[in-house]
Structure formats: C-alpha cells, structure tokens
Design a protein around this ligand. Structure first.
Ligand SMILES: Nc1ncnc2c1ncn2[C@@H]1O[C@H](COP(=O)(O)OP(=O)(O)O)[C@@H](O)[C@H]1O
Ligand SMILES: C[C@@](O)(CCOP(=O)(O)O)CC(=O)O
Length: 491
C-alpha cells in the first residue's frame, strides 16, 4: 500500500490494488473520493452581467463524491444522491455510447466543449426519463438535471468498456440558495470521471505548477459541461471557483468569447457567516429587474455598475498587496467596508429584499461585522464578514435571533481549497501506520448532517486534524506571470 501515497490513479492506478484483491471478481480499483467547494460572490454580482469584474470565493461548505467500483461482471452504473432523494441505475451496455463516439461527435478529455450538442442531449432523453418516474414534476426535474450532468460527462469521456461503479454524493451546501451546489457536484463528477480514465495525474507534491494548472483547467472545462446540463446558460464563475478554490476575479467581456479568470490565490481564509433567507427567488427575474432599470435610467445605473466594478478592483488590489494581513483588523475593516458599499449599491439596483435587510440590521445592531447580499438577491443568501466582536457568545445571541425569525445560519470560511481527491478513500490520522479509517458506502450514507459528513470525510470545520490523505491541485503552487499576477484563462 505504500505507493498509494503517490497521489491519484494517474500514477498509482490499477497496479496499486492490494494483493488480497487480485481476483477476477473483485473491484478494478479502490474506492476513492473527490470533493469541491460551494461559492459566494463576494463583490460584483449583477455588474458582471454587463462585462464588469466580479470576485467569487470558495466556501468551506463542500460536496463529496464517493466512487465505489463494482466487480468486472457487474455492468451497471448507479447514482446515489440522497440529498435530493434520488437513486438510479443504468446498464452500461444499454447506454447510447455509439452516438457519443461517432467520429463527427466524439470529444476527448482535452477538448473544449462550450455548448451542449442538441442531438446528443436528445439521445440521452430515454435514459433520463426513466430516472425517478414516480417523483413529482419538480423533483423529477431536480433528479433528471443532476443525472443529465453525470450522463453527458460519462458518455462524452468514457467508452463502452467503462467499469461498473456506484457514485454516491453527499453535500453540505444548501441546494438552490445561490451557493453553487450544482457547480460543486459538477466538479466532483468531472474530476472523478477524468481520474477514473487516468487522464489526470496528481495532485502530488512534486507536480510542476504548469501541469497542475492544466489538470485544473481540464476539470473545470468538463465541470462547465455538467453545469450547462443543469443550468442551460451558466456564466462559468461557479464551476471555476469550485475547481480553483480560494477566490477568482471573473470577467466576461462578451458572451461570444471565453471569460477572463484571474485566481486570487493569496485570498485570505476569512471567517464568514452565511445566512440563507429561505426566500426563494429566481436569478433570471432579478437579472431582468436590473436590465429594465438600466434601460429606463441608463445615466444613473451605468455609474452604479461602474462603481461596483471599482469595488471589485479595489478588493483585488487590497488582498493582493503585501500590506494586507487578515489578522489585522484594519485590513479586514477595508474589505468589510467594500462589502457594505457593494450591498448599498445592489439595494439601489432594487435586488435586495426585506429579509436580506433584516439580516443586515441584526448583524449591524450587534456590531458583529459587515453584511451584503450574495448572488442574485431578491431572497437567497446574505454573507457577513465577522469582526473581532464576533465571539462565540455574541454569535450565540445572533444565532437565537436568526433561528427565531426562520433564517438558516452556516458558519464557514472564505477562500478554502478547490477540487480535492482522496485516493483511496482512507483517511490516515497523524503518524499511525495501521491503514487509517476507510470510508465506505455505509458509513458515508449514514453520516448525520453536515457535522457527520465533515467528521467522516475529514475536510471542513471541526475536522482539520483529520485532513491527512486529501490532496488539492490548487495547492501545488501558483503560476505567476511576468508582472507578478496569477493569471488563468478558463475555457
Ligand atoms: N447534493 C446534491 N446532490 C445531487 N444533486 C445536486 C446536489 N446539489 C445540487 N444538485 C443539482 O443541482 C441543482 C441545483 O442547482 P441550482 O438550483 O442552481 O442551485 P445552486 O444555486 O445551489 O447551484 C439541483 O436541482 C440538482 O440537480
Ligand atoms: C446576478 C448574477 O450576477 C449572479 C447570480 O448568482 P446566483 O445564481 O444567485 O448564484 C448573475 C450571473 O452572473 O449570471
């Protein structure tokens, strides 16, 4: 087992099977996991729609995917997605491989796919319509969206000889709250399938940064394909943050060309309170509201969008400067001020909501930090950057108020790791050599709530001492260009 420490199947691969498993009827590879974070937009939502910059950061709420190989004779692929109450199996030999592998359609792991092929989407339909046939129409849509992301990736990247597997996802990210849950699962799925096909090497400590960048880009490109299956027309910011981690500045000049994505790898890990209003909202409606206001009051709205652009730019320069120190209240104060101003401008654009204002009022009246809506607004979630008054006891007071008023609070850290791999799905704690703690289907499915999942898988709050084993491409090292900036252009 020693060489399994050499990170990922690209290096250790099938040859690393324990001796006891070398029988034809046993799984072809050890169980392994991938994980990716959710995101918050810290600055610049809505303005980003008009070509301005937005800064989005990874949060410590994450999705986790456990891939369990079946024996050679078990020719099925099973999705177990308990968070959305879905389970489905396909027979591998019945899937429409030939349509996807036709020379006019075939895509390879290194290809850039920037739109879904309508004919291939059509070919998948009979295999999606059998997913959760008895569920309500709303649930069926949720289930089939998630299944379509998986299936499009599998059929595009895999082949008929793909091994039987079970894909189990558990996520600590609330779904549909604007926190990038769909991008996070798309990144987990894309990285897992690319790993299974041995098209990724690493992450490993001696990996050259350029190689790690390339791997990250591949994962991100295919995660974007998964996002397109779930969302139709995503901007790409969510999957980029979920892949790269930390924070990114994202800008899309026009929709016909690739966005510019600048990783902010020195983004500080900041304590953040995330509050879900539980007020449902539609991103499309909020975006349309701003569009209409911009049309009617162009000379007023344009400067607001410009000002938001300046906020993102200032925040980027602030965290990139050598003087920035997240332990110093002055530095955090500046970031907080920018959040507060950004919220005010978003409210001026008409995308706040009484519930978002109530959360801001509560945090400000207790003097615990700076609050801003995140994402589309009109409901969804608010974020509060905490100041030094935010002690456990003062936060308890806030928690009571939020509970009483029906809000859902998550404590998270901004700027965490991007996509990660645990290969095999065994956590080693500290220096002991006795094989560590294996994560299997049963204990993964039975882990209770966010705490249970985080304690079991060893990434996230309260489990930092158990992270041994998880590896992250984004930690391999930043690629810095001639001007000292860390540049990255996504597909
Ligand atoms: N934990 C999960 N398990 C399975 N599917 C998920 C999970 N999280 C998200 N999804 C998929 O992503 C969709 C959520 O996307 P969306 O409504 O845009 O919310 P968000 O803003 O959180 O990304 C769900 O309908 C489902 O198809
Ligand atoms: C309002 C917007 O800037 C962000 C929407 O974020 P979300 O859907 O709430 O995660 C729209 C977009 O960038 O496509």
């Amino acid at each position: 087992m020693e060489s399994l420490k050499v990170d990922g199947p690209g290096r250790s691969g099938l040859a690393q099977r324990p001796l006891t498993q070398r029988k034809p009827s046993t799984p072809m590879m050890p169980a392994f996991m991938t994980s990716a974070p959710g995101k918050v937009i810290v600055y610049g939502e809505h303005a980003v729609v008009y070509g301005k910059a937005a800064m989005a950061a990874a949060i410590s709420l994450r999705s986790y995917l456990l891939v369990t190989a079946l024996t050679k004779s078990q020719r099925t692929i099973t999705l177990r997605f308990p968070d959305i109450g879905m389970e489905h199996s396909w027979k591998i030999d019945h899937l429409p491989w030939s349509a996807f592998s036709h020379p006019s359609k075939k895509k390879y792991y290194y290809d850039l796919v920037d739109k879904l092929d309508p004919e291939l989407v059509e070919v998948m339909q009979p295999h999606l319509s059998v997913v959760s046939p008895k569920a309500s129409p709303a649930d069926k849509k949720i289930h089939q969206n998630a299944a379509s992301a998986f299936l499009y990736l599998l059929l595009s990247l895999g082949s008929k000889s793909f091994s039987g597997c079970i894909y189990t996802i558990r996520s600590t990210i609330p779904i549909g709250a604007g926190l990038g849950s769909s991008a996070s699962i798309s990144v987990c799925l894309s990285s897992a399938i690319l790993l299974q096909l041995r098209t990724l090497s690493g992450p490993h400590p001696d990996q050259p940064p350029e190689e790690a960048e390339l791997q990250i880009e591949r994962i991100n490109r295919w995660a974007f394909v998964g996002e397109m299956c779930i969302h139709g027309n995503p901007s790409g910011v969510d999957n980029t943050v979920a892949t790269c981690g930390k924070a990114v500045v994202f800008k899309r000049g026009d929709y016909t060309s690739a966005p510019t994505v600048t990783p902010v790898r020195n983004f500080p890990e900041l304590p953040l309170l995330l509050v879900n209003t539980r007020q449902s909202r539609s991103t499309a409606t909020e975006v349309a509201k701003v569009a209409s206001l911009r049309k009617t009051h162009s000379s007023i709205i344009e400067p607001i969008l410009e000002a938001i652009d300046k906020i993102t730019e200032s925040a980027y320069h602030l965290v990139s400067s050598s003087a920035f120190d997240s332990k110093k209240s002055g530095s955090v104060q500046k970031l907080g001020d920018l959040m507060k101003i950004n919220h005010g401008l978003l409210a001026a654009l008409g995308v706040s909501h009484p519930k978002l204002e109530r959360i801001r009022e509560l945090v400000e009246s207790l003097d615990l930090g700076w609050t801003k809506l995140t994402g589309a607004g009109g409901g969804g979630s608010a974020i509060a950057l905490l100041n030094s008054n935010a002690t456990p006891s003062s936060l308890q007071g806030l928690q009571r108020q939020l509970d009483n008023e029906g809000f859902e609070k998550y404590q998270t850290t901004l700027g965490g790791d991007g996509v990660g791999v645990l290969w095999p799905a065994v956590l080693r704690s500290g220096s002991e050599d006795e094989g560590g703690e294996e994560i299997d289907q049963e204990n993964f499915l039975n882990a209770k709530g966010i705490e249970g999942v985080e304690m079991l898988v060893g990434v996230g709050l309260g489990a930092s001492e158990k992270r041994e084993g998880w590896k992250f491409w984004s930690n391999v090292g930043p690629h810095v260009d001639d001007e000292g900036r860390q540049e990255y252009t996504s597909g």
